[in-house]
Structure formats: C-alpha cells, structure tokens
Design a protein around this ligand. Sequence first.
Ligand code: SF4
Ligand code: SF4
Length: 452
Amino acid sequence: MKTFRIGGVHPAENKLSASSPIREAALPKQAVFSMFQHIGAPAVPVVKKGDAVKVGTLLGEAGGFVSAPIYSSVSGKVSKVDVALDASDTRRMAVYVDVEGDEWEESIDRSTDLVKLADRPDLDAKTIVEKIKQAGIVGMGGATFPTHVKLCPPPGQKAECVIINAVECEPYLTADHRLMLEKADEILVGVQLLMKAVAVEKGYVGIENNKPDAIVLMKKKAEKYPNIEIVPLKVKYPQGGEKQLIDAVIGRQVPAPPAIPINVGAVVQNVGTAFAVYEAVMKNKPLISRVITVTGKSVKQPSNLMARLGTPFQQLIDECGGLPEDTGKVIGGGPMMGKALISLDIPMTKGSSGLLIMNDKEARRTAPQPCIRCAKCVSACPMGLEPFLLATASSQHMWETTEKNNITSCIECGSCAFTCPSHRPLLDMIRLGKTTVMGIIKARAAANAPKK
Ligand code: SF4
Ligand code: SF4
C-alpha cells in the first residue's frame, strides 16, 4: 500500500468519535466573526453596530487577492465591531452579532437535493473559481489558505491533477471521516468542480486505511464519477502534509521552498474544502459552518458537530457533556499540530477542525533531558531535516545556521518532538526559529526590492 517515503511516525490514533454521526450544534446566543480566519490580508468589516443581518449576509469583504470574505452564519443584529481574542492568542478585528431567529438569505438553496455537474452545463472554470472566491472558501484542513488562489496557478505552471486530502492523520480528529460517510456524493461533485476549475482530467482522493468504511463507500460512489480515483494509503503521520500526500499518491517530490505543489503539477485540497466548494457553487452557500470534532478521553460524548462559525468553543464543549473535571488543557486542532487555547470564549472559525480536551495526566509535560544524539528525530522528520540541530541553533539565536539548514522547510508536524526520548521541546524551539528566519527573509527581500 502507498505512503510517503521520508520519515514519519505512528502516534496512537484515539479516534474516539469515529462512530458518532455528524449532528447540528445549537445556535449560539452571540456569534463572533473574526476578520482574520485565513492566511493573507484580513477581511474588512462592511457592517456597523445596529445593522440587521441574515445567515449568509456579508460581514467583511476580502482585504486583497490573498484574502477571503466573511459571512454571517446567524441572523440578528450587529452589537459591535471590535477586537476579539482568537485561537492564536491574538486580539483581532471582529464582528459581534446578537442572534435572533434563524433567517437565511433567499439566494441560498437550503434543500438537500444533490446537484450534479451535468445539471449545470453553464459552469465554466472562470465561473467556478469566482463562486469559490465570493463564498470565502479557504483550506479547511487547518491551513486556511484561500482556495481560489490555489486554483489560479502562476504563469507558466499547469496543473495535471487534483489531489484530495482525506487522510485526517491527526490523532483524535474524525470530522473528515464522518463527512465522507455522510456526504460522499457532494464531496465527489466538489472534486469534479475543482478538476474543472483547473482544467485537469484526473482527480485522486487519498484516504488512510484506518477508515476502511470510508474507502469502501467512496470507491463505490466514485464508480459514477469518471476519472476520480480513491487511493487507500498506509497509516503514517504526517501523511496529510501536502508534500507528503503528493509523494504518497503520485510519487512526486516537491522541492524545497519556494517550490510549491503546482511545480510538480498537483493542486491539493482538503476533503472538507471539496464539500464547501460543492455547497458554494451548487447551492450558492457561502462558508458559514463546518464539521468540528469535540473529543478527549474524559469527554462524556465525543462528537462531530456541524457548527456555525462564530460559536464560542465553550458552547460546543457543553454540547458534548461539558468540560470534564480532570481537564488539563484544551487544544484547538489535534494533539500533534494543534495549539493550547487560553480561553474557551474564543469563537469557532473556518480553520477549526477539532477541540481536544486533554486530562491532567496527558497534559503534563515530562521534564526535558539533554540530547543523547540518538538521531531518532532525524529519522522521523518527513522533510529530511535535522531537528536537533535546528532546535539547538534556534534556542541559541543562531539564525544564519537555521536558515542554511532549511528551517523554512519545516512543516511544524511535531514528529521530531513526538519521537524524542529526551522529551526535548523540539517543535517549540524550531517554530521560534522558523518564525524569526521567515521575518528576516521578508525584511531582506523588502530591502533588496528595486526602489519605486
Ligand atoms: S516539526 Fe519540522 S523539524 Fe520536526 S519533524 Fe516536523 S518537519 Fe521535521
Ligand atoms: S531525538 Fe532527541 S535525543 Fe535524539 S538526537 Fe534528536 S533531540 Fe537528541
């Protein structure tokens, strides 16, 4: 069975919510919409205090090409436009809406009837990309890169295939798994739309073989969708990384940055994104909700919730039995790449794939010991880096050394820290170095840019 070639680890899967069907989360009393739910320029608010909004009303317009608009997921009144804390521990501009009823914009088709590609011969590539852009679709696997940008390859580059990331390699998370079981046809139409948008004849859906039910169902459904191949993959973390997935599925290796997947002919999109694309193009529905896994060993009812964006995390946890008494920390995302949350008032955004509640015991960090030079971190690194060296150089602020040793190639997967027998906080140290070096590279480019 296929997988990627370099490095990788096998954390315990703990997919506690895999058999919990997706259920609708209750509406919040107040929804808070950060204008910064994507990579790129923040959205710019277009509403003010006192404005009445419906589900699907535009709240913030895109702040540039690499940006995405934000729509209301609720109906009610704008109570303020002010800063709000988000999952990155930063206060950013947000629109607060006090919820009244559940009134939707009439332009949104709320029926569950499947619209097939053949039903819409009017859709050409340009129209599809424009609809995706207008709907505010971003990468839903957590990367939150605006989808329309990925569908517009730079001059001279040509896509050869679309690869759908249905790997969900983060332990605990099951939102994508459930989505495939419950919305297979919608996802496959979404893949067709993405293929048409970049004019390719071939689409792949990569699924790890710890989801055999999803593989069987998707294979059966895909028989009716020509040129879409379901590719079962051996379980290995971080197979959901773009570069790892491309290697696993089509056997091509993306060179170091600045190279990107399109340089090897691939456009990678998450399976949740494919579903959102279907809803945007075929149902005229902007990105206003998503599936989020709420889970943890002490959680009463580990669940997959279809929740409206802007809902506070606390409410989602309450819907799954409340915060357990032995909670050590709550992670936004999965245990490998997620980040601890400092408040549960933080609202859900387009990139919120999971809430993991760790108990005291799991949350406790073992005291780091000196490096014993075992090189396990090197064997685990899927990017072929030397994590022990990058971490040491970062902690000593040796930025030139970290840059020379390709710290910017790090995908922050945490495989190195996971595997280290000395429990060294490698990822924390490398993240610090990577952020600093990226800042240095940006400043250097700005200084060297020709003066206008
Ligand atoms: S976090 Fe970075 S350095 Fe560590 S294993 Fe992943 S890619 Fe390699
Ligand atoms: S795995 Fe840990 S102990 Fe081993 S070389 Fe890497 S940093 Fe050192």
